[in-house]
Design a protein around this ligand. Structure first.
Ligand code: MG
Length: 327
C-alpha cells in the first residue's frame, strides 16, 4: 500500500504549541505564495528543453511572463487556479474536504475558460458533468501530476490530522480527475513534505530529504538517484523526480525554484510543487521580493487570505480533533 510508508513514520501527527503558532501561519502563507510564484516563474519555460531555456533566457530566474501561453508577467496558470478553487470549496464547507464540492468548484473554474487545462483534468470534470459522480474510475493512465499540483489546500486544512484522514481527504479531491496508484502516491508525498515543513525548522531542508528517502524506499519508481531529471513530462513520476532532485540540493527557496524550472518540461508544475514545499519550509521572509512584486496582486491577495483561513482549521493549530472530510 502506498500509504504505509508514511503511516509507519508519522505515528504522531504534528502539534503546534502556542509559541509556534505565528510561525506556522507564516509558513502556510509562504506555501501558497510559493506555489503561485513557482507557477508564474515556470510557465515562461514550460515545454522547453534545458538547452532551449539556456538559449532563450540564460539562467531563467525572473518572473517575466510569455511562454507558449503568452502570459502577462506574474500571471499564474491552472496549478494555482485549481488550488484556489479547491481552497474556496474547503472554506465554504467549514474547513471540510468534500469530493462533490471540489468537483463543483473545478467545474465552475473550467466554465470560465482557463488559460490552460490538462487533458486528464478536462476529462474528469466532463465526466462529473455527465454522471454527477465526483470521481473517475481507476485507470493506470491517470498518472498525471494534476492531482498533486493542487493538493496544497488539503495539506493545510488537514495539518495535524491522523494520516488516514489526510490520505482520505487527498483522495477525495484527487479522484475527481485522477485515479491511479502513482497519482495517489504523488499527492501523499507532496502533502507529507508540506506538513513536515509546516511543523517547523527543526531539521531544515535535510529533514525533507530524509522523508523523500523513506518514500522512495517503498515507491522506487520515484527515486531521485541517477541522471538529473530534465524536461519532465506531465506524468507524476518525472515531475516528482525533478522536484526531489532540486529539493535535496536546494540552498534555499530561490535556489531550489531556479534549479527546478531551468530543467524545462512541465516547469510551471514542478515550480508550483517545489514552491509550496520550500515556501512551507522557509517562510515568507525567504520569498524573493522581486518575484512577489511581479506576482499578480489579486492572486497574491487571495493566496494569502486562503492560506491563513485554511491553516486556522488545521487540527495542529486548533488543537482539537475534528473531522476533515464530509460527503
Ligand atoms: Mg499549469
Amino acid at each position: 500500500m502506498p500509504g504505509d510508508w508514511l503511516a509507519e513514520h508519522a505515528a504522531a501527527p504534528p502539534r503546534i504549541g502556542p509559541e509556534g503558532l505565528d510561525a506556522a501561519k507564516d509558513r502556510a502563507v509562504a506555501a501558497f505564495l510559493g506555489l503561485a510564484l513557482g507557477d508564474a516563474l515556470g510557465a515562461t519555460v514550460e515545454f522547453l528543453t534545458p538547452r532551449e531555456v539556456a538559449a532563450f533566457h540564460g539562467t531563467h530566474k525572473d518572473i517575466v511572463g510569455g511562454g507558449w501561453l503568452h502570459l502577462k508577467p506574474g500571471r499564474v496558470t491552472d496549478d494555482t487556479e485549481m488550488s484556489l478553487a479547491l481552497g474556496r470549496a474547503i472554506l465554504d464547507h467549514g474547513g471540510l474536504v468534500s469530493a462533490r464540492a471540489a468537483a463543483q468548484a473545478f467545474s465552475a473554474w473550467m466554465s470560465k475558460k482557463p488559460v490552460d487545462i490538462g487533458h486528464t483534468v478536462r476529462r474528469g470534470i466532463s465526466s462529473f458533468r455527465r454522471s454527477g459522480l465526483p470521481w473517475v474510475a481507476d485507470n493506470p493512465m491517470n498518472g498525471g501530476n494534476g492531482a498533486a499540483m493542487r493538493c496544497l489546500p488539503v495539506a493545510l486544512a488537514t495539518f495535524g490530522a491522523p494520516w488516514e484522514q489526510v490520505n482520505r481527504a487527498l483522495r477525495l479531491q484527487g479522484h475527481v480527475t485522477h485515479s491511479c496508484g502513482l497519482a495517489d502516491a504523488g499527492m501523499e508525498v507532496v502533502a507529507a513534505l508540506v506538513q513536515t515543513a509546516l511543523a517547523g525548522p527543526s531539521g531544515g531542508i535535510a529533514e525533507l530529504s530524509r522523508l523523500v528517502e523513506r518514500f522512495v524506499a517503498v515507491n522506487p519508481d520515484f527515486s531521485p538517484d541517477g541522471k538529473p531529471q530534465t524536461d519532465p513530462s506531465g506524468f507524476i513520476v518525472p515531475t516528482l523526480r525533478a522536484v526531489f532532485q532540486a529539493l535535496m540540493q536546494a540552498r534555499g527557496f530561490e535556489d531550489g525554484l531556479v534549479d527546478v524550472v531551468n530543467r524545462g518540461g512541465d516547469a510551471d508544475t514542478t515550480g508550483a510543487i517545489l514552491g509550496m514545499i520550500l515556501g512551507a519550509r522557509c517562510g515568507t521572509a525567504a520569498l524573493p521580493k522581486r518575484w512577489l512584486k511581479k506576482l499578480d496582486p489579486a492572486t497574491r491577495g487571495v493566496c494569502e487570505a486562503q492560506a491563513a483561513q485554511l491553516i486556522a482549521f488545521a487540527p495542529a493549530i486548533s488543537g482539537r480533533d475534528r473531522a476533515v472530510t464530509v460527503e
